[in-house]
Write a protein that binds this ligand. Structure first.
Ligand code: AP5
Ligand code: MG
Length: 188
């Protein structure tokens, strides 16, 4: 399997981070999680971290121009040249347009929608208890997902770039499903 460029979509708490770690190791490409990058900036107390913390705690999105800068810089690094696995980006139409602007048409090989119902992701986030997993934070993030991110699925589907994977089940079951579907789509 040759290295490749993948985007993983899915509601907050769907298991993107969990599965992307394993997929990145499996395909030998870097796992680029914008949420993890922002949490690192918060932990380091950088200017970006200070700006992001307030928004993240409330479940709001960091502005597109800020995210664009972070991701485009990250994708230009040497380890990302053979391919990459994006988790948490793009999540607005503006972010898709930024990728098109910087990387051109054909900027991605495949997008995966890791599908998990709202009730299940809510239970998972409550059990996880991350700083933004408060009742209000979860509600706001899921609301923004429906408003801003879910519509992107149609964009990728229309370009025949989207595959769907059921994200309910054990971590191993979901991982097996993902590899099967991704391999089949990339070989097609
Ligand atoms: P981000 O870090 O991306 O958080 P999120 O969108 O809320 O998604 P999560 O990380 O909560 O879910 P996940 O799908 O990774 O699930 P996980 O694997 O942890 O973003 C955080 C914030 O940063 C945003 O709100 C925003 O402010 C900002 N941000 C980030 N990117 C941005 C962007 N592009 N533009 C603007 N702002 C941006 O799994 C969840 C839990 O379930 C875990 O406890 C896990 O152990 C468990 N679990 C996983 N799989 C299973 C399974 N199969 N069965 C049972 N439990 C499971
Ligand atoms: Mg995550």
């Amino acid at each position: 399997m040759s290295p490749t460029r993948l985007i993983v979509f899915g509601r907050q708490g769907a298991g993107k981070g969990t599965q992307c770690l394993r997929l990145a190791a499996h395909y030998g490409i870097p796992h680029i999680s914008t949420g993890d990058m922002l949490r690192e900036a918060v932990a380091e107390g950088t200017e970006l971290g200070l700006q992001a913390k307030v928004l993240m705690d409330a479940g709001d999105l960091v502005p597109d121009d800020v995210m664009e800068g972070i991701v485009i810089e990250r994708l230009a690094k040497p380890d990302a040249q053979p391919g990459w696995l994006l988790d948490g980006f793009p999540r607005t139409l503006g972010q898709v347009e930024a990728m098109l602007r910087h990387l051109g048409e054909g900027f991605v090989d495949l997008a995966v929608n890791l599908d998990v119902p709202v009730e299940v992701v809510t239970e998972r986030m409550v059990a996880r208890g991350r700083a933004d997993d408060t009742e209000e934070g979860i509600r706001r993030r899921l609301e923004l997902y429906e408003e801003q991110t879910a519509p992107l699925l149609s964009w990728f589907r229309a370009k025949d770039l989207l595959v769907e994977v059921d994200g309910v089940g054990t971590e191993d079951e979901v991982f097996e499903r993902l590899v099967k579907v991704v391999d089949a789509a990339l070989e097609a």
